[in-house]
Design a protein around this ligand. Sequence first.
Ligand code: HEC
Length: 123
Amino acid sequence: MRVRTLSVLSAAILVLGYAVHAATAASEESEKVPPVEFTKAFMSDQANLDTGKEVWVEQCRHCHGKSAYPGKAPKLKPRKYTADFVYDRVSNGFRKMPGWAEVYSEHELMSVTAWIMSKQFSP
Ligand code: HEC
């Protein structure tokens, strides 16, 4: 009798565990910002670059800028990146890199990406 109660209980816990796991997996999924399209026109628009530079100065430079080295964050190497990669890291974050999708609009996130990928940028 006791054994049966126990096994029913552990089965219930197992099912509950799966449900919780599925729910968290789903919410992690929905936090991911979907990719956007970067056109040449967007990447070279000076107004976008100016917006991107503002975001960089405000939120990124204190970890990624020259005066932050060594330590806080890796030096950015835009020539090794694609815009899609930068946008994904900036929006969604990665390990110790915070994601900024809750802080900035899609346009601002795209603009800081354009700024990092532009010839005017130096980390
Ligand atoms: C609190 C410090 C911090 C701030 C603020 C920060 N980052 Fe980062 N960033 C990191 C760290 C740490 C990593 C490395 C993550 C890893 O790969 O483990 C990183 C990685 C990145 C990468 C990927 C680099 C690579 O070579 O893999 C990009 C691109 C990036 N950050 C852009 C930005 C931008 C743009 C901003 C401003 C919106 C920003 N970061 C703000 C700490 C920071």
